[in-house]
Design a protein around this ligand. Structure first.
Ligand SMILES: *Cc1c(COP(=O)(O)O)cnc(C)c1O
Length: 420
């Protein structure tokens, strides 16, 4: 079956009520048949529901659906995108280890990697996703993961997937790709050889800006790396589960451990209600991503010709520095773009004059959003630091929604007129 069909049907066996909608199983616990049944479930001899912190039937439908769309062997839903990123790293590292992260990452992933994980004795080194050859030298025996984004937020950089995967495979290091901006319809990182895909499902998967959630997807071949010495805790007995060896027991050792050890102990579980909202989001994702992307390209082309605009960043613009990589790897480039005005003041005035776009520090809503990083997310930085971070003070980021694109362009045109 094709993706659009899978997105509507996969993973849901209608229960005895024959409901067309996936039921919201708003329950914390589940009854056992008897103590032997309970013991078998706890000992992982039999699959079944135990407690919603480690599994829920509504959430399971979402997990199966996103796994099939990303061509994974399995998936795990989490309370947020940040929880998905944290768990995917925490699943691999121990104190004294290091990870290698892209210089072009979501801000939260940078602070997690460089500040919060440091408190647990885990360090982060940077690599350039467009020139990943440096990975070869950066990888050492304690390197456990390489983290990058398929379209970086907010830089919109498209990585050199082939080179990253090639070096990571030679050195047997797990790759983690945050596919939030591209969605499985823009690119499927697993098809390019990436081991672990993560999402902030809060964004395009949900699609209406209504639910915070995240997910982790494991490639069928990730297990090969997890069987080696670098990832000893996957292939030696786990004391917390009576000596269970993940790579021996499971085809999905990464997700199994993330669920059985990390969700169990850290507990950032998604609400079944949010899983249900995300299932409904997945049903229309293929339609929405096409519209977001087509409209974003039209807006980018309009801005590209405007005399007041110094520079436009959108991977599918022919003069964009990411165009070659974007055309090589992406089917859709998504709805996020950025452009540069002359000054801080001009950017402020421009945003004030927008009527359809809302000033919000979020992305990938069905409604169009605008942000001015220099006055919000990057406010603490000096003029020089802003420049180094690739955030000029006149930079505006747009998240193109599902409104009629002619109305959006008219809104932008009028805002330009008003800044004079
Ligand atoms: C928003 C975002 C996150 C964080 O996700 P939350 O659901 O807000 O926790 C991570 N990565 C990217 C690329 C994002 O855009």
């Amino acid at each position: 079956m094709k993706d659009a069909t899978l997105a509507l049907h996969y993973g849901y066996d209608k229960d005895f009520q024959k409901t067309m909608q996936v039921p919201i199983y708003m329950t914390t616990a589940y009854e056992y048949e008897d103590t032997d049944h309970a013991a078998r479930l706890f000992n992982l001899e039999e699959e079944g529901n135990i407690y919603t912190r480690i599994g829920n039937p509504t959430t399971r439908v979402f997990e199966k659906r996103i796994a099939v769309l990303e061509r994974g062997v399995d998936a795990l839903a989490t309370a947020s995108g940040m929880a998905a990123i944290f768990y995917s790293i925490a699943n691999l590292v121990k104190s004294g280890d290091n990870i290698i992260i892209s210089t072009k990452l979501y801000g939260g992933s940078i602070t997690l990697s460089t500040q919060t994980l440091k408190q647990f004795g885990i360090t982060a080194k940077y690599f350039d996703p467009q020139n990943p050859q440096t990975l070869e030298k950066l990888i050492d025996k304690n390197t456990k993961a390489i983290l990058f984004e398929s379209i970086a937020n907010p830089a919109l950089t498209v990585p050199d997937f082939e080179q990253i995967v090639k070096i990571a495979n030679e050195k047997n290091v797990i790759t983690i790709c945050d596919n939030t901006l591209a969605t499985p319809y823009g690119v499927k990182p697993i098809e390019l050889g990436v081991d672990i895909t993560v999402h902030s499902a809060t964004k395009y998967i949900g699609g209406n800006g209504s639910a915070v959630g995240g997910c982790i997807i494991e490639a069928p071949f990730a297990k090969n790396k997890l069987k080696t010495k670098r990832y000893e805790h996957f292939n030696t007995p786990d004391k917390s589960y009576h000596g269970l060896v993940y790579t021996e027991k499971f085809d999905n050792p990464f997700i199994a451990r993330a669920r059985l050890a990390l969700l169990r102990d850290y507990g950032a579980v998604i609400s079944p209600f949010n899983s249900w909202l995300l299932i409904n989001g997945l049903e229309t994702l293929h339609l929405r991503i096409e519209r977001h992307s087509n409209s974003a390209l039209k807006v980018a082309e309009f801005l590209n010709k405007h005399p007041k605009v110094k520079k436009v960043n959108y991977p599918f613009l022919e003069n964009d520095e990411n165009y070659k990589m974007a055309k090589k790897y992406l089917k859709y480039a998504g709805g996020i773009l950025s452009f540069e005005l002359e000054s801080y003041e001009e950017a402020k005035k421009f945003i004030k004059n927008l009527t359809i776009f809302s000033l919000v520090t979020n992305i990938a809503d069905s409604k169009s959003l605008a942000t001015h990083p220099a006055s919000t997310t990057h406010q603490q930085l000096s003029r020089e630091e802003l420049k180094a971070a690739g955030v000029p003070e006149g930079l505006i980021r747009l998240s193109i929604g599902l409104e009629d694109v002619e109305d959006l362009i008219k809104d932008l045109e009028e805002a330009f007129e008003k800044i004079g």
